[in-house]
Unconditional design. Sequence first.
Length: 391
Amino acid sequence: MKKNKTIAVSFPAPGGNGKNEEGLADVIACNSSICFIDGQLGRLVYRGYDVLDLAAHSTFEEVAYLLWYGRLPGRTEYQAFLDGFTGSMNLPVETVMILRMFPKAATPMEVLRTAVSSLGHWDPDSGNTRLDACLRKAQRLTKRIPLILASHQRLREGMEPIDPVLNQGIAYNFLYTLQSREPDPEIVRALDVSLVLHADHELNASTFAARVTAATMADIYSAVTSAIGALKGPLHGGANTEVMKMLMEIGSAGKARQWVLDRLANKKKVPGFGHRVYRCEDPRVAVLRKYTEQITRKAGDADLYEITREVEKTMAGHSKVFPNVDLYTASLYHAMGIPLELFTPIFAMSRVTGWTAHILEQWDNNRLIRPSANYIGPTSLQYVPMDSRTP
């Protein structure tokens, strides 16, 4: 890696001097060339490319290349990249042994967190901090997270894990190793687009957690494990699961309007709406809306799409809160035959490309991330012996 340089950090100064924003809202924490979000105009850009263009024309593997290398590849170099990336995707035998040891009550996110943290033990580049080695680790993580999820899901359902198909992409092999059948090409494409749309989103909670850990010069597996731990929290990664629960509770499109109105009247949040960054519709929603309609109708699951549309229309007429990326992924993943408990882990399956890109960028120009707290407690208390204290 390059010699350490100063990374731009702007945090609240101690003692209340300077800007103090709860949750670090609007605080600039670093310089980055990976992802740009325009929350007012509803734009999401990876390395200069609008995500809508990438979703329409690219693939998840090509977007991974873009995030890691900073540019889109030529045909020859991209083929060489794919040969190494999708040519061999099997899990280490030791990882499968670990998956067999988890109790049945363990959730997929808990399993993913622990399994990923163990992968470094069997990585042939373990301890190698050169850029080429770190890029290989990023590729291995991106290849293996889907296999961890599919293998664990099969084991908890009493089935054996199956090997992926050589020279097939991440979306194809996730569906194949999960369902043990050749997936429908339209469903593969829809999942691939979803992975593109989720690949990065600037300094969200999990990405920031990854950069904070990476800034200590911990290894890439530790940094990604930190990110998974942050994603596991329901305020970050669990929103599409809550959307699915909402759709199941509503039950039919005819009941959606009243359900939403009752929710709003009681000042309760409607899952799938609102975002810390966007002040308009999340740009990813339009793409996912189209694919959700297509795949739900193909799967005979169109009722879920119709419920979602009615929820969206009612919110548009009675609320100023806009839909976010989670609104349509719920019914989309359900129509693909993906279990509810895997909705959040799929987020990690995609976002690992963004996490690792940010980790590499952090190391390229590293400084320990150490913000200050605005202390609001007392400062002049006198110590009182225990026997003299008021109970």
